[in-house]
Each structure stands twice: as C-alpha cells, then as structure tokens.
Ligand binder design. Structure first.
Ligand code: NDP
Length: 446
C-alpha cells in the first residue's frame, strides 16, 4: 500500500485493541490503491479517510431480569457506518464475544456488501454480548425488550433498519419488533426477517444460504464446473449453513459435514437435512445429537477439525476467522478447489492470500453472502408497497441479484486488478465505486 498507508496507520492509531476492525479495513484498503490512483479528486476529498470512520457509534446499557429474579446487565451496540446510498442496514448479533471491534468490522464490511446488492441501502451493524444459549423464552423476551427500548431511539424505516445475525433469528426479531411497536405506535418496516404474517418476506430465511450457492454456481460455471456430484463441507449449523446445505444439495452436491462451536459431524451418506432442521430449528439442540441417530455419522469435538475433511468445495458459514492459514493449507492439500464464504470474514487475510496464490475459485463474503441483506432490502420494498411477492418471485430476484454481483465483481476485478478471477479485489472495488461516487456528490462541510 502506498497512497492509503497513512489512512491505515491512522485507523490503527485511533482504534487500538480492535483487531477484527483492523483486519477488515486492511483487506479492503489494499485492493483500493488502483482506484484511488485513477481518482485524485477522491483522494483530495478524503473519501477513504471518511469511509473508515463510522458516521455514528451508539453503545448502551441493557439491564434485564433473569428467571431467578437477578438483574443482569449487558452492553448494546449499533454502529451506523455509512448512509451515502441509503438508510443504514445490517444485522444484530447476540453472542458473548461481541465487542466494538467485531461490530465495527461487520459494519464496515456491510457498506460494500450492501452497495454490491445494487439496492439502495447503507451500512450498519449492531448487537450485544448477551448469550442466548440456555436462556428461557421469557429471558430472551426480557432481554430483547430492554435492548429495543434504547435502540428504538436511533432506528426507523427510513433511517436504520436492523435484521438478524448470529443469535438473532425469527424469535428474537419478533420480540424486538413487538417492543418497537409498543414504544412507537407505528407498524413500519423497521426490522427485516419478520414473520410471514406480519410483514416478513418469503425466502428471507433461506436467502443467505441460497444466495451463497447461487453466487458460487455462477463462479463455478465461469470455470466450466458445477455443484453436480461434488463433495461439500459446510461449517456452522445455523441459518446460513442450513440453507446453504439445502441449496447445494438441490444443485446436485453431497454435503458431508456441519458443525457448531463445540464440534462437527461427518456423514459420508450425505447430511440428512430434515433431521438437522428438527435438531437446530425446532428442538434447539447441539449438532452432536445428529450422530446419535445416524449410524454412519460421527461426531468430533472441536470445530476447526472440520477443515481436515476431504472435499471439493468448502462453504464456511459459522463465524469470523474460522479458517486460518493452517486450516487453509490442509484444505488445499486435500484437494479443495473452491471456497465460498457464507459467514462474514471467515478466512484470515493469510488464508485468503493462499487461496489467491493457488488460484482456487474463491467467493469472498462481501459478495457471496450478500443474498441475505439483498432479500432484506426486498422485504423493505414489499413493506413500503404494503404488498408481498410469492416465494418464486423473491427467489428469482435473489438469483438475478447474485448473478449481477458476480458479473460486477468480475468486471471490476478485470478492470482494476487485471485479473477477472480476483473477486476479493473485484467485490471491494465494485462495492466501493458506488459509495465513493455518492459521498463525493454529497460533499463535505466546508
Ligand atoms: P446462527 O446464529 O443461526 O448460526 C451460527 C452458527 O455458527 C451456529 O452453528 C454456531 O454454533 C456457529 N458459531 C457461532 N459462533 C461460533 C464460533 N465462535 N466458533 C464456531 N462456531 C460458531 O447465525 P447465522 O447462520 O445467521 O450466521 C452465520 C454467519 O453468517 C455469521 O458470520 C453471520 O455474520 C453471517 N451472515 C449471516 C446472515 C444472515 O442472513 N443470517 C447474512 C450474511 C452473513 P453455536 O450454536 O455453537 O454457537
């Protein structure tokens, strides 16, 4: 990096102890150099300096009472990163690991991802260090109501529209939406991922996992390949992993592994997805239960071991930095030739460097998992129209959006990086161009 090194140095100096945020910024800035060389007016206008600083960061106390009558206190976050092309949009994550660094890396990535969807949405992200695991429904409700009591002051259908992420699914969105409505006395599309009878969109639940497979299908086809007959390993067993498994299977692949944060299951017969849905979505149990009822399946403690399973295509769909350099080396040594990121930043920068060196087919998260937020934007659209599309209509739009993202990222990679297969550069640049143009046009206080 030359032109943008001072910007990165300033990010490091001004945001100490935020390693995930540094990692996400570095990954983007190192690909933007050729763009800034072509646009000295953006350098002069401080576009990148402004882009790395959130427009607004909100941190708040979330007190609630547990089933034993004890007061618990969590920390809530909403980072409204960039609204140049539309209202802030991005999920809420409830997980004990959540801190400002994680929310900022997710919010920063969201700017580019949302721009790539071709829809008018800015970037934001939020969440809490609350751990939903093992909590009763009443405790979840109490937490969500307290969280929304503060969050409701900062969001709105034309301002900031949160959605789900790790630990926030349909149940949590329901409790959050109910509280927003109670406080504001308005029925608006302020959250996405809502239930189907009260403003939700068909295909939103499936969208991130399906979108990932649609994106990868385009990438595979560009190399004369497909999912048909391929062995696929998917990490995680949450919303993204389950629907990636469903679509990959529909496209002819055999998915042989899934995981959670404790360990992974391997089923050489192919994952029985109906059983997984029952375990995870209905009974909310751990993934190891699967091996108790499937005779050829095995369960192994420790989630990183999943990358030692031989496969053609790997789809990391759990969490950030789940594939480090060592795991990447093992995957490649075992013959894996395509990786599509369903989770956000699941590969370390060292792992990504290895993918690029080895010229495997690589779909980076910003592009490959954008189907979720794209369908959230379609939910906003339906809410504004007070109308709903059929599953097939939404799914067809999603498929087209994922193709457009692939085409735009490929074109940007070719134009600026001189390598149409470098979708890391392509996704960052294609996402950046639209936001930079908007920021430039909207000026800066003078
Ligand atoms: P869920 O909460 O539904 O599922 C998360 C899955 O990942 C669970 O199986 C969980 O296991 C596992 N996991 C979580 N944290 C860790 C960890 N630290 N180590 C190992 N495994 C872990 O979340 P989603 O499926 O919604 O999200 C998964 C990823 O996809 C995240 O990176 C998210 O940001 C990203 N994403 C999600 C979108 C969406 O629409 N939902 C959109 C775009 C990206 P356990 O139960 O043990 O915690």
């Amino acid at each position: 990096m030359k032109l943008l090194q001072p910007v990165y140095d300033s990010v490091l100096a001004r945001n100490p102890n935020q390693p995930e945020f540094h990692q996400a910024v570095y990954e983007v800035l190192q690909t933007l150099e050729p763009v800034m060389e072509k646009h000295p007016e953006w350098v002069k206008a401080g576009i990148v300096e402004r882009l790395v600083e959130p427009e607004r960061q909100i941190m708040f106390r979330v007190p609630w009472v547990d089933d034993q009558g004890n007061v618990q206190v969590n920390r809530g976050f909403r980072v409204q990163f960039n609204s140049a092309i539309g209202p802030y949009k991005g999920g809420l994550r409830f997980h004990p690991s959540v801190n400002l660094s994680i929310i900022k890396f997710l919010g920063f990535e969201q700017i580019f991802k949302n721009s790539l969807t071709t829809l008018p949405i800015g970037g934001g992200k939020g969440g809490s260090d609350f751990d939903p695991k093992g909590k009763s429904d009443r405790e979840i409700m109490a937490f969500c109501q307290s969280f929304m009591t503060e969050l409701s002051k900062h969001i709105g259908a034309d301002t900031d529209v949160p959605a789900g992420d790790i630990g926030v699914g349909g149940r949590e969105i329901g409790f959050l939406y109910g509280q927003y409505k109670r406080l504001r006395n308005e029925f608006t599309g302020v959250l996405t991922g809502k239930g189907l009878g009260w403003g939700g969109s068909l295909a939103r639940t499936e969208a991130t996992g399906y979108g990932l497979c649609y994106f990868m299908d385009n990438a595979l086809k560009a190399h004369g390949k497909s999912f048909e007959g391929k062995t696929v390993v998917i990490s995680g067993s949450g919303n993204v992993a389950i629907y990636a498994c469903e679509k990959a299977t529909q496209l002819g692949a055999k998915v042989v592994a899934l995981s959670d944060s404790n360990g992974y299951i391997y089923d050489p017969d192919g994952i029985d997805l109906a059983a997984v849905k029952e375990i995870k979505e209905v009974k909310r149990q751990r993934i190891k239960v699967y091996a108790e009822t499937h005779k050829n399946a095995t369960y192994t403690e420790g989630c990183r071991g999943i990358w030692t399973i031989k496969c053609d295509i790997a789809l990391p769909c759990a969490t950030q930095n789940e594939i480090n350099e060592e795991s990447a080396k093992i995957l490649l040594a075992n013959g894996c030739w395509a990786i599509g990121e369903g989770a956000n930043m699941p590969s370390t920068n060292e792992a990504i460097a290895l993918y690029l060196q080895n010229k495997i087919i690589f779909g980076p998260a910003k592009a490959a998992n954008a189907g979720g937020v794209a369908t959230s934007a379609l939910e906003m659209c339906q809410n504004s129209m007070r109308y709903s599309w059929t599953f097939e209509e939404v799914d067809a739009k999603l498929k087209q959006i994922m193709k457009d993202i692939f085409d735009n990222a490929t074109a940007a990679a070719e134009e600026y990086a001189g390598d149409k297969d470098n979708l890391v550069a392509g996704a960052n640049i294609a996402g950046f161009l639209k936001v930079a143009k908007a920021m430039y046009a909207q000026g800066v206080a003078y």
